[in-house]
Write a protein that binds this ligand. Structure first.
Ligand code: NAI
Length: 302
């Protein structure tokens, strides 16, 4: 059976261009009513009133779909509530939320200003909170929801000049890990993607020969699948680029138990065991923070 979103209402933030536009077009083509949110459309988050969202709404309507624009910033609680209110006022609910809005303020770490830090945190991290909380409240009412957060390999693995962005992006994973548990009982699945594409955000950074293969549209299938009823996973991270899709995970290795919970443990013991401690052989992800401590079972007498 084909994946469709008939009767579903989706919010896509930062959807005036780039990846968000692509997600919105495909969701609408598959029957979703889409709230196309964007405040401006420029890389630094400015350009409000230039109606980037309006253009995407027009494209959706021209293709026979349903959509409404919203111009609020994701980075204030008032903005987040308004985005969700737009969905509820117009279409009565929210089933799907793709937190996609983003900006860059790249600087090498020692040159990064407080403002560079705060602005990036405001859009990516505060933005995820401000939109997701009101959306999740509506999803809870309907016992259904699909939330996709947007991370980046810049945070998961690191990228020069992006201490602010990398921190904000990896924080999506921490945010997901907690809300996936709190929202599970309401049938809300929360997942995170680390996309990769030639958009205004990466233009000039990715060499031309690769950029032309990294089309934004190749990120759409994974995100749209995660937004569908077919997806029953929650708490997963997926990384993708140019048609490559893979699960990424935070894992812990088996590790080593030292001492006996009474005697002191020395730095030398750690030194002598460091290869085993570092080993990721048999490493596993865990659903919550409690589960990982099962690895210390021999010490805990479990
Ligand atoms: P983009 O710059 O084309 O899209 C981001 C959109 O967010 C823009 O249209 C912008 O106006 C909007 N936006 C910025 N601040 C906003 C705010 N406060 N409220 C509402 N909208 C706001 O960039 P792209 O590449 O499409 O990025 C989409 C997401 O994917 C971002 O979260 C980005 O960090 C992430 N990402 C992109 C990668 C890539 O290779 N393009 C790599 C990893 C992550």
């Amino acid at each position: 059976m084909d994946i469709n979103f008939n009767g579903r209402v989706a919010i896509v933030t930062g959807a005036g261009g780039g990846l968000g536009r692509e997600y919105s077009l495909d969701l609408a083509k598959r029957g979703a009513k889409v709230i196309v949110n964007d405040l401006g459309g420029k890389l630094d988050g400015t350009g409000s009133g230039t109606s980037a969202a309006d253009q995407v709404v027009a494209e959706i309507k021209a293709a026979g779909g349903e959509a409404v624009a919203n111009y609020d910033s994701v980075s204030t609680m008032e903005g987040g509530r308004n985005i969700v209110k737009t969905a509820v006022d117009k279409y009565g609910k929210v089933d799907i939320l793709i937190n996609n809005a983003g900006i860059l303020r790249d600087k090498s770490f020692l040159k990064m200003t407080e403002q560079d830090w705060d602005q990036v945190m405001a859009v990516h991290l505060r933005g995820a909170f401000c939109v997701t909380q009101p959306a999740a409240a509506v999803m809870k009412e309907n016992s259904y929801g699909r939330i996709v957060l947007t991370a980046s390999t810049s945070g998961i693995y690191g990228n020069f000049g992006q201490a602010n962005y990398g921190a904000a992006k990896m924080a999506q994973v921490g945010f997901m890990n907690v809300i996936k548990q709190e929202l599970a009982k309401y049938n809300v699945k929360v997942n995170t993607v680390a996309p990769n594409a030639d958009t205004q955000m990466t233009r000039g950074i990715i060499p031309e020969e690769f950029a032309k293969k990294m089309k934004p549209k190749f990120n759409v299938p994974m995100v749209v699948y995660l937004c569908s009823e077919a997806n029953q996973d929650s708490g997963m991270i997926f990384t993708m680029s140019a048609g490559w899709f893979a699960r990424t995970a935070v894992v812990s290795g088996e590790g080593v138990c030292l001492g006996d919970t009474e005697r002191d443990i020395t730095a030398e013991e750690v030194r002598d065991q460091i290869d085993k401690i570092k080993s990721l052989d048999n490493a596993k992800p865990f659903w919550n923070s409690g589960e990982v401590y099962a690895l210390s079972a021999p010490l805990m007498g479990l």
